[in-house]
Design a protein around this ligand. Structure first.
Ligand SMILES: [Mg+2]
Length: 319
């Protein structure tokens, strides 16, 4: 029995695929703020009111994911959500997304469709719109989403933490870092989707002195916040919210693992104690893990009062 050949990018070609994708995107519910959507030389949108946020992030095959780790739809959604996480960390709201795709000629059309529609669906779920992009031939699959967001209120950065601020983190940590390590080792499993912390980000922006999202690892990202703010930090590992799957798999070392694993896309912020009661009403889990302290920008970990050393605080692409 002959199997039907899978249509690939080289069979269909750039222009025919883009034309078909453009028609599919145009069939999605219209947005009054998008004047010209995908398919023209550039998108045209109504200028957002307030402060405009801009961010971009890439997912590269062989670096951020491997074939088979995620469905194409989940991969597209992930590319959008990691950008939405950066917008959330500023206290903003996503508005317009661009998708730059790189793909080898042998890439199945179904994979490209899944990725593009995954980005469009995740954008729609966050109140945003995929308005354009690009497709280029490359030796491996890669997707770069550029996201335009808005901030109606105050934009919160990494720079304002003060000694005495309480450090809070949303959600739980370690589940995705664990899944990545299992998949890298050839195991099976599912890569959890990054959380969408937009409402939490906007609420925290009203009370936090400083905020960022945990992408590389809690300890490493907290180090970025400390350096930007000129403060130190003390973190009690026993208070780090560890994902149940991570606790089951890693056991006694779970908190240490979760604090350095990365890929969590939760929000980490420094809040003055007088405003800490506002943090309890976020609509998602939020945990106080320690405090900012005066001194050099060092993250001191302890567990039950005893100091704990970790060899690496998180992920670095080039080390
Ligand atoms: Mg970030």
């Amino acid at each position: 029995m002959r199997r039907r050949a899978v249509p690939r990018l080289r069979d269909v070609g750039e222009h025919a695929w883009l034309a078909r994708l453009t028609r599919r995107l145009a069939a999605m519910p219209a947005s009054p703020s998008v004047l010209v959507g995908p398919g023209d030389d550039a998108a045209a949108v109504r200028a957002p009111r307030g402060t405009v946020l801009l961010t971009t992030d890439a997912l590269v095959e062989g670096v951020h994911f491997r074939a088979g780790w995620l469905t194409p739809r989940a991969l597209g959604a992930r590319a959008f959500l990691v950008n939405a996480s950066d917008v959330a960390a500023m206290g903003g709201t996503p508005a317009y997304a661009l998708l730059a795709l790189e793909a080898p000629p042998a890439t199945p059309i179904a994979v490209l469709d899944g990725i593009a529609l995954g980005v469009a669906a995740a954008a729609g779920g966050a109140g945003a719109r995929l308005v354009g992009g690009n497709l280029a031939r490359a030796p491996r699959l890669a997707l770069t989403v550029t996201l335009v967001g808005t901030a109606a209120g105050r934009v919160v950065t990494r720079t304002g933490a003060r000694p005495g601020d309480l450090l809070f983190v949303t959600g739980v940590l370690g589940a995705t870092g664990l899944a990545v390590r299992r998949l890298r080792a050839g195991g099976h499993g599912r890569l959890p989707a990054p959380p969408l912390r937009l409402a939490a980000g906007r609420a925290l922006a009203r009370v936090a002195h400083a905020m960022l999202d945990v992408s590389d690892g809690l300890v490493q990202d907290l180090g970025h916040l400390c350096r930007a703010s000129g403060v130190g930090a003390r973190v009690d590992l026993a208070r780090v919210p560890v994902a149940p799957a991570c606790r089951r798999a890693v056991g006694a070392a779970a908190a240490r693992f979760a604090a350095t694993a990365g890929e969590d896309y939760e929000l980490l912020c420094a809040v003055p104690p007088a405003r800490a009661s506002a943090v309890a009403r976020l609509g998602c889990r939020v945990t106080c893990i320690g405090e900012a302290v005066a001194g050099p920008p060092h993250v001191a970990l302890h567990e039950g009062g005893r100091p704990v050393q970790v060899t690496r605080g998180g992920w670095d692409h080039f080390r």
